[in-house]
Design a protein around this ligand. Structure first.
Ligand SMILES: [Zn+2]
Length: 546
């Protein structure tokens, strides 16, 4: 196909450029959006259709060794959801079959994300030592640009630096680790709590409860890595999964974590799982979202629970133990040498189950009470709160009050007394707000200047939806999807599957770190220092601002 394309006559929603439903042409040349094209350039007729930038998923689990453990755990999902190879056009990359379920195979992930109009996806939790595995999976995940966040909140070398008060050394180590693994951002999961689980202390329950092994507190880990990300000028700030995920009363530690980082740029993830009142099950969404609304330096993704099958995949070992015990479902639990942990438990969120209904309501409360869609963006923490395939149904719940209220009548009301949703939330998201929470906002939070918008110079990632009164149907079946200038979905069918770009950073650091780090590797690590760094990471790193 030609390197030029004019998308003609669509109704454009491009909030990053102040365009809210204007009929205008979008021009593409050599993989980028351009201000104009000469007459006679090839055209794509988008009259009567909605045009947005490609979707950007800020928090998913799709390309990691833990996802692969989850695939092994779920053979029944593979046989229930075979995915034949798509009918790609002649000359395009060889199509691949696979399987779906809550944790699809690599190629199926790429095809299905593209089929939803998503063109950029991040895996939010990769053990640094397993980075090669993630790069290999991303290589086999077509149609999307991808990257991952490196787990650091329970890392042995990091904990030693925090214990010694060596915060600059900790920052240099974080920079080295990002560059050595080809990661994009710093991820913290249950700061200190995973190390507590691995060392027999079981968990840490408050910000100031020290790790018995290191004397380090969650507060010190949060401060150290938040400052590291900001001082290194990383495009995305530190990405935080707080302590006490999923536990009653965890709203206290979530708020304390936000307050501990007051004034510092930070992203808190899947906040629904961290917004529970106590001591009985209740919604704690209101104080959390009011705090977020009042603090412009903070951003969150919601981690909405959608009813249906899910698979929890997390570095948070202790919470997976509790889930396994309470659900009786099969599970995986793995300690990862020196760095982190991993737990996996499949789940079914039922609308008739009181806790599932509460979780569903809390996520919606966070969305509907948010005052700044640029800082409160969409996720289901795929596949933890539900598959990414449920995004269209979630968008419908946000845009259509009637659909939401009908669903509310069907769910178990036992724990919803006093929740803002049960009291009635009339807000309906506009198409522009949906464009913000699914592409423009995540791209901005990730520091991806060429993503999430349709201004000149942006990557030519474009999704065209045929208008439909059924909002879920409209967002589930885009008519056209263009990835980096390539027409990937044509007339609703996947036709091409280009290799995506790798999104990673390589911040600078003081190499006085290296002799000490090498001694540490020689003393404690199974992997030799010389063999640790990933070689041959494709594509140039995204620049840092320091
Ligand atoms: Zn996650």
């Amino acid at each position: 196909m030609s390197a030029r394309l004019r998308i003609v006559g669509g109704t454009v929603h491009d909030p990053a450029n102040g365009i809210d439903g204007e009929v205008r042409d979008i021009c593409i040349e050599d993989g980028r959006i351009t201000a104009g094209l000469p007459d006679g350039a090839p055209t794509l007729d988008a009259r009567g259709m909605i045009v947005m930038a490609g979707g950007v998923d800020i928090h998913s689990h799709l390309a990691s060794s833990s996802c692969n453990h989850a695939r092994r755990l779920l053979p029944e999902e593979h046989s229930a959801d075979p995915t034949p190879a798509p009918a790609l056009l002649d000359g395009a990359a060889a199509p691949r079959s696979g399987t779906g379920g809550t944790v699809p195979t690599t190629f199926t992930n790429g095809y299905r994300y593209a089929g939803l109009g998503y063109t950029t996806v991040f895996d939010a939790a990769v053990a640094p030592v397993m980075a090669r595995h993630s790069h290999a999976e991303l290589e086999d995940t077509p149609c999307v640009d991808g990257g991952f966040f490196a787990l650091m909140g329970n890392d042995e070398y990091l904990l030693r630096q925090v214990a010694a008060g060596e915060r600059e050394r900790a920052r240099d180590y974080a920079a080295w680790l990002l560059g050595s693994t080809g990661a994009y951002a710093i991820k913290i999961v249950n700061p200190g709590g995973v190390e507590a689980w691995k060392s027999g202390q079981r968990n840490l329950n408050g910000l100031d409860e020290p790790l018995a092994t290191h004397g380090v507190t969650p507060r010190a880990i949060l401060e150290t890595l938040t400052d590291a990300a900001n001082q290194l000028g990383l495009p995305h700030p530190v990405h935080i999964h707080c302590n006490n995920l999923g536990l009653r009363g965890n709203v206290a530690v979530t708020l304390a974590s936000m307050q501990a980082l007051a004034g510092r740029r930070a992203h808190f993830t899947h906040v629904q799982f961290h917004s529970y009142g106590g001591p009985g099950w209740s919604s704690g969404a209101v104080p959390i979202i009011e705090y977020v609304n009042a603090h412009a330096e903070l951003s969150i993704d919601v981690g909405q629970v959608m009813f249906g099958p899910a698979t929890t995949i997390t570095a948070d070992g202790p919470v997976e133990y509790l889930l396994h015990k309470s659900s009786g479902r099969k599970w995986v639990n793995i300690d990862i040498e020196l760095e982190t942990g991993c737990g996996i438990v499949p789940l079914l969120y039922k609308d008739k189950a009181a806790v599932s209904a509460l979780q569903w309501a809390i996520g919606l409360e966070l969305f509907l009470l948010s005052r700044d869609p640029w800082r409160v963006v969409l996720s289901t923490d795929h596949p933890n709160g539900g598959s990414f395939l449920s995004y269209p149904a979630l968008i419908q719940l946000l845009m259509d009050r009637n659909v939401r209220e009908e669903k509310l009548k069907q769910v178990n009301p036992k724990l919803l007394a006093g929740s803002a949703l049960a009291d009635g939330l009339t807000r309906e998201y506009t198409l522009n707000e949906i464009a913000i929470i699914t592409r423009a906002g995540p791209a901005r939070l990730l520091g991806l200047r060429q993503k999430g918008h349709l201004g000149a110079g942006a990557d030519a990632d474009v999704t065209v939806y045929a208008e439909d009164a059924d909002i879920a149907q409209m967002f589930a079946t885009p008519r056209y999807v263009i990835k980096g200038g390539t027409l990937v979905v044509e007339e609703g069918q996947l036709r091409r599957a280009p290799v995506g770009r790798r999104l990673h950073v390589r911040p600078g650091y003081d190499d006085a770190l290296l002799p000490d780090l090498k001694r540490y590797f020689d003393s404690y690590s199974t992997v030799a220092f010389e063999n640790y760094a990933v070689q041959g990471i494709p594509d140039d790193p995204i620049p840092t601002s320091s």
